[in-house]
Ligand binder design. Structure first.
Ligand code: UDX
Length: 453
């Protein structure tokens, strides 16, 4: 099959490369000439395991091609997948200008019937708006040229996007057109061979499913963070509570890890957009608003603790905090809404310095904060600690899980860790002379040696 994908961002590029890899012919379109030039050279703009290989292989075989021309993109195929960005606008609503611009380009350029597949995460009702936009651009030609608009949300996790696309839990197709349904079934047939994962539904149900899934997952995270905060105050250990509730199959172990709050390109944006959509239809989605509020508070946790430990915000002036982990989660260089940003910005405001290490997100952080005098990037995890007053941890990269604590103690000024991801066993650190703060567990202080009975 021939397929056009609009947008070579995260979703568009993964979609295009994975569809090409199963044998479809895919043309990826982006208005950013630079990006397309780099993609033609096999260079991908994001860090995503397996993606670069996939792009190179399929570009090499001719299954994956690139263009900056709307006319070429529209002419290439009858299946037009829209995967452009929907960043939040200043009010927190999803900005639809890029989606609607593609709709207009399709309407203006189409010479044959099209199926327009909306893969971008868009508020409920956007497929209807997209159809209006295509129809308006099509004008009088609409009497002879038909088109369908289909909702087909993605459920890709950063760091595992290729695998998620290749082995999806479900493929949601929202349409009332039997023709569109058949074409979508053919498109995804290679991913359904052993087990049919297609779920067909009404367009608006499909659009809402995407938001409901992300809001549910975000709710679980804010819920466990709320219980963690309670556990600390009640003298309970959240890790024990987590295992205790996760063993109930109705609850399960996924997405109940306490931490410094969720970040990334999806949860924060989608939770806010859903809240907004609710307001637009006159409904106050109190639970979903609370999920957002709990998360915002959780992101300030590490800073509050560091400040309290040193005796207040003023005491942080000229302190240096080593920071392990910048990305909003491991295996990505994505810094969008990363909890590390809230911590760093608060530390700088208090006059402290940050010496950070992240296995891949360092460059992206430098791009964001290059001018910030309080920011220094360390080449490895241990040199980030040199003469720092404390270590804070924001991302649970594998290489932080079993570090050499002796080496750390030699480099740091104090045996002091603020762990936002509960990576270590508190007793072990206590016995080793560390002061260790984590989430939802009592802080530990070094045990006075020789004083034990
Ligand atoms: C998410 C959804 O999982 C995916 O289905 C959707 O398509 C896009 O949004 P992603 O943003 O890549 O994917 O990251 P995910 O792995 O879901 O993690 C999101 C955030 O939640 C991270 O900041 C992570 O650290 C945090 N998180 C996750 C927790 O704090 N606790 C958990 O138990 C799980």
């Amino acid at each position: 099959m021939r397929v056009t994908v609009f947008g070579t961002g995260y979703v568009g590029l993964v979609t295009g490369a994975c569809l090409a890899d199963v044998g479809h012919h895919v043309l990826c379109m982006d208005i950013n000439q630079d990006k397309i030039a780099r993609l033609r050279d096999g260079k991908i703009p994001i860090h995503e395991p397996g993606l670069e290989d996939l792009v190179r292989r399929n570009a090499g075989s001719g299954h994956l091609t690139f263009t900056t021309s709307h006319a070429d993109a529209v002419a290439y195929s009858d299946l037009q997948i829209v995967a452009v960005g929907t960043p939040p606008d200043e009010t927190g609503a999803a900005d639809l200008q890029y989606v609607l611009a593609v709709a207009e380009a399709i309407g203006a350029n189409m010479q044959s019937p099209k199926i327009v597949v909306v893969k971008s995460t868009v508020p409920v009702g956007t497929c209807d708006k997209t159809a209006e936009c295509v129809a308006a651009a099509l004008g009088a030609r609409g009497s002879t040229l038909g088109f369908d608009v289909v909702s087909n949300p993605e459920f890709l996790k950063e760091g595992a996007a290729v695998a998620d696309f290749q082995r999806p839990d479900r493929i949601i197709v929202g349409t009332n057109s039997a023709h569109a349904r058949n074409v979508m079934a053919e498109l995804y047939e290679p991913f359904n061979r052993n087990h049919d994962r297609m779920l067909y539904m009404a367009t608006r149900s499909s659009e809402l499913t995407k938001y409901a899934a992300n809001a549910m997952l975000a709710t679980r995270i804010s819920f466990i963070n709320e219980i963690a905060n309670l556990a600390e105050r009640l003298g309970a250990d959240i890790e024990q509570v987590r295992r205790g509730i996760g063993s109930d199959p109705r609850i399960g172990y996924h997405f109940i890890y306490p931490g410094v709050g969720y970040g990334g390109s999806c949860f924060p944006k989608d939770v806010q957009a859903l809240t907004r959509t609710a307001r637009e239809v006159g409904y106050h989605a109190g639970l979903i608003e609370a999920v957002e509020a709990v998360n915002a508070r959780q992101k300030t946790q590490l800073f509050d603790r560091i400040a309290a430990h040193f005796g207040g915000v003023d005491a942080l002036k000229d302190k240096t905090v080593a920071l392990w982990g910048l990305a909003f989660k491991p295996n990505t260089d994505d810094m969008r809404e990363a909890p590390s940003r809230v911590l760093m910005e608060a530390l700088w405001k208090a006059g402290a310095k940050v010496r950070a290490f992240d296995p891949v997100a360092g460059e992206e952080t430098r791009r964001l904060y290059g001018e910030e005098p309080g920011f220094e990037l360390a080449p490895d995890k241990y040199s980030a600690l040199d003469n720092a007053d404390a270590l804070a941890i924001c991302t649970e990269w594998q290489q932080f899980r079993a570090p050499d604590f002796d080496e750390m103690a030699l480099r740091l000024r104090n045996r002091l860790i603020f762990d936002g991801r509960n990576l270590y066993a508190p007793e072990r650190l206590r016995d080793d002379g560390w002061t260790y703060f984590s989430i939802g567990r009592a802080p530990v202080q070094p045990q006075a040696r020789g004083k034990q009975a």
